[in-house]
Design a protein around this ligand. Sequence first.
Ligand code: 13P
Length: 240
Amino acid sequence: MENNKLIIGNMKMNLTLKEVKEYIKQIEPDKNFYVCPPSIYLSYFNDSGYNTGIQNVSEFDMGAYTGEISAIQAVSMGVDLVIIGHSERRMYLHETDEIINNKVKKSLLSGMDVILCVGETLEEKEQNNTKDKLNKQLIEDLKNLDKEDIKYVIVAYEPIWAIGTGKIPTNEEISDISNFIKQVVNNMYGLEPKVLYGGSINDTNIEELNNIDSIDGFLIGGACLKPDKFKKIIETVDKK
Ligand code: 13P
């Protein structure tokens, strides 16, 4: 890798097969970035040489859980990492911290890196409760792990009010929160995790965001769906 920053594209529930085939023609796979497509398209991306992640896994191992995909199955498809605890799953699919903790454990056991998403609502931010919220999420979502496991956990700070809104925290705020997250996990396990920022990143604001030294990378939603924009983001991060 030219830079040490991780770049991960979360495609969420977007793209048809036709669009996936078009996408693959427009952006060359590169070791400097990962894509997390809807899981039905994973083999298209894997077979084309991309680093891939999955957007969710089951909290169960295997068996009679219709519609679910296990961590073991994801690994068997060549998937390197998993996004767990995204705010959209917490809000719309009612994932609790207990479920998220189970998913983290299953994923680590199966050998995937875990991207654990945490973040506060606008109301929590306005009431100065951001750190309390993040502290609670980190303690509950990462409880009962082995110290060694923390090497494979990456925390993505995604303020809910910044996702898909065009609003982003200042570099100082992101830096302060990143250091806070590292400190909380260090207090729990004696190791600091990598921390990513996610929320309304685009090909324009990435230059400024890339100046935050305490951030280890970026989790990108909408902008990763447009190959030209995503390429520009990757190039900007690589340049530094
Ligand atoms: P946007 O980049 O579209 O704001 O989404 C961020 C996100 O939720 C990535 O997981």
